[in-house]
Design a binder for this molecule. Structure first.
Ligand SMILES: C[S@@+](CC[C@H](N)C(=O)[O-])C[C@H]1O[C@@H](n2cnc3c(N)ncnc32)[C@H](O)[C@@H]1O
Length: 366
């Protein structure tokens, strides 16, 4: 396991023994940056009953296949009553609001004397988070260190607590965002816990700048569109708001992502767009049927903490599969990603539309 902070947590999980006298409730909170094989190893070696909560659907599907009990949600703890959980294990996330939300929810849901085991690297702010959680929990804490400044703390919830909850910016609730995009003001609904949640991505902006050129060259109108890896739905919203294009007559938008916060936000945005829409939680559109006139995609290149080149290929394959014979797939990627080469055996025509600010926009036809 490359992640030494996860390794510390992992050792803690597998060293735990079941309390024979009571039915236990133990949770392992999985951030979207974790690698499935590491998690499955930890969960299957654990000797205590564990429920895993994860915000990434593909991870949850893999856990299910390995018969690990898990739920897919945007770290929704509402199913756990106050003071009802025995132990919570958590390797900290990259985003501060996510960490604060999870620490607050752990504090609410744990029984007095229940334990939060929290791990992370110093340069991710682990020591600060541990200090904040200790203050809030007001109970005993056992701290240990691993390699490369990784830290683990096991913090008990005191029976008398009067600490202040951490500022989670009202994590669970979608909110209105105003941002600048392609030199105009836009507003949309979004929430933390997903890629670039409160802004327009520069690469996606570039794709939208070049989309009218693609649509104008068509001989049949775009009626159906697939937004592959939709996030909060920026590409769908911008495409739906394009005006004055004879070959754009959007009747149906399908948007899909594997991230729970993205699905919640995109649903809100497309509801407000007035178009017919479908927002589907899925792993790279594997469960989506039918074909589309237009596929738009700004694919991820990170899965876990590594750059994952196969993800690009997987998104290309799915775009190809879901595209009408005369359809257009438009991708934007970082300039260093060899998308044209990866797409070569799939598509008949691949055109570089633009290169700017470290991104390139590529049109693919069957
Ligand atoms: C670079 S972001 C683009 C987001 C959005 N389309 C935009 O333009 O702002 C890539 C998106 O792909 C999603 N993603 C990552 N892995 C995925 C997978 N296996 N299946 C579906 N979506 C995935 C991420 O959650 C993220 O929302």
């Amino acid at each position: 396991m490359n992640d030494l902070a996860l390794n510390l947590l992992f050792k803690k999980i597998i060293s735990e023994r079941e309390k024979p006298e009571e039915a236990e409730c133990n949770l392992w909170i999985l951030d979207e940056n974790l690698t499935p094989s590491d998690i499955i190893q930890g969960a299957t070696k654990s000797k205590i009953p564990l429920t895993l909560i994860c915000n990434r659907l593909d991870l949850q599907q893999q856990l299910k296949t390995s018969k690990v009990i898990s739920t897919f949600s945007d770290f929704d703890f509402s199913g756990f009553e106050d003071n009802s959980v025995d132990r919570i294990f958590y390797r900290i996330s990259k985003e501060k609001t996510v960490v604060h939300h999870i620490v607050n929810q752990a504090f609410r849901a744990l029984k007095p004397g229940g334990e939060l085991a929290i791990a992370g690297y110093k340069n991710e702010g682990a020591k600060t988070y541990i200090d904040k959680a200790c203050k809030l929990f007001n109970g005993a804490a056992v701290k240990s260190k691993g390699g490369q400044s990784s830290h683990l703390a096991v913090i008990s919830k005191g029976s008398t607590t009067h600490g202040k909850l951490l500022d989670d910016k009202n994590y669970a609730h979608p909110r209105s965002i105003n941002a600048q995009s392609n030199d105009r003001s836009i507003s949309f609904i979004s929430k933390p816990g997903q890629f670039g949640w409160n802004k327009a991505d520069r690469g996606s902006e570039l794709l939208i700048q070049h989309l009218p050129g693609v649509i104008n060259k068509r001989h049949t109108p775009v009626e159906t569109m697939l937004d592959l890896g939709c996030g909060y739905g920026y590409l769908s919203l911008m495409a739906a708001s394009l005006e004055g294009l004879d070959m754009l007559d959007l009747q149906q938008i399908t948007a899909t992502d594997n991230n729970a916060a993205a699905i919640l936000s995109c649903e809100e945005n497309l509801k407000a767009s007035g178009k017919n829409y479908n927002v589907i939680a899925d792993n790279c559109a594997h469960g989506i049927r039918g074909r589309f006139d237009l596929v738009l995609c700004n694919p991820p290149f990170h899965q876990g903490f590594a750059v994952d080149n196969d993800l690009t290929r997987m998104f290309l394959e799915q775009a190809h599969k879901r595209l009408h014979a005369k359809g257009d797939a438009v991708f934007v990627v970082n300039q260093f990603i060899p998308l044209e080469r990866k797409a070569q055996d799939l598509f008949g025509k691949i055109t570089l539309l633009a290169e700017s600010d470290g991104f390139k926009v590529i049109q693919c036809k069957r």
